[in-house]
Design a protein around this ligand. Sequence first.
Ligand SMILES: Cc1cc2nc3c(=O)[nH]c(=O)nc-3n(C[C@H](O)[C@H](O)[C@H](O)COP(=O)(O)O)c2cc1C
Length: 325
Amino acid sequence: MIDLSTNYMGFKLENPIIAASSGMTDSVDKIKNLEVNGVGAVVLKSLFEEQIMMEIDKTTAQNLYNTYGDAEEYIEYYTRKHNIDNYLHLIEKSKAEVDIPVIASLNSFSVGRWVDFAEKIESAGADGIELNLFLLPGDQKFSGQEIENIYLDIIRSVRKNTTLPIAVKLSSYFTGLADSLIKMSKEQVSAMVLFNRFYSPDVDLENEQIVSSRIFSLPEENSNCIRWIGILSDKVDCDLAASTGIVDGYDALKNLLVGAKAVQVASTLYKNTAKQIGIMKHQMEVWMNEKGYKSLDEIIGKLSYKKIEKPMIYERAQFMKYFQK
Ligand SMILES: Cc1cc2nc3c(=O)[nH]c(=O)nc-3n(C[C@H](O)[C@H](O)[C@H](O)COP(=O)(O)O)c2cc1C
């Protein structure tokens, strides 16, 4: 009997597969279905800073919209349709219906009064909070250090407003990535999720317009997680979860081997339905059986930076020896 359980954010998960924050986790029925299909935990669809500000301070929220230009109307429509009471109900109802940990998700880019909302999330019964933090470093008025300080301030102010375990979901857009992530891990957070994946632009050549690029990830995108989780898992003061490009049980195993305690999946659930969770667990068990492993404890971090003989492989970035004729 293979033991797939893992400890993540202070929870003992039956297995390491977490349904990532997305439209797949925005209703009680979908969450129940994920549990029936064997998911280890769920992260609810994010509640956005603008949604909270819309309810507590309409003027500030309106100013925030101005920074979005054309997106303004959509954001206003979205915030009206998905108000914060609905979000609190989603937490309460999910907690009443499922036994797996339910982690709420807050998206933010600044410190503000919205942080008080962490208290309400706790009262609604969420088991933890995932902070989905992202400031696009595209404004030259802010130095890398200033942007990093905003992240630290947000984490600290949410920490003051709740006793729940906090996970921080981040991008890899930091100049000193290792240093920034290690610093954030010391801010009484239980976990970091590496990495978020964003809505990105593409160019429609036919119509000569900027459009949305692929919504779903490709498996190749996972190598960035492998590198950074491998490098950082022995150095940060919290658990790590991998996110982006994890499609099947073999991808999950790779991320665990380099040091992730759990993996988060979104695109593969959209493409293959919640049934993919069962397939992933089976694939993990088959591999572990063949290799003679009985539990995840034996494999988590086995190939991390400090554990392997030639850790330079994680740092090698140039293709010196490939494609030379
Ligand atoms: C349709 C869609 C909606 C998403 N919404 C959110 C969100 O509200 N909050 C969040 O933190 N991440 C959100 N994500 C990002 C996912 O949680 C995940 O980090 C990302 O898709 C990479 O994982 P994947 O390769 O398994 O898709 C969304 C992703 C998709 C595809």
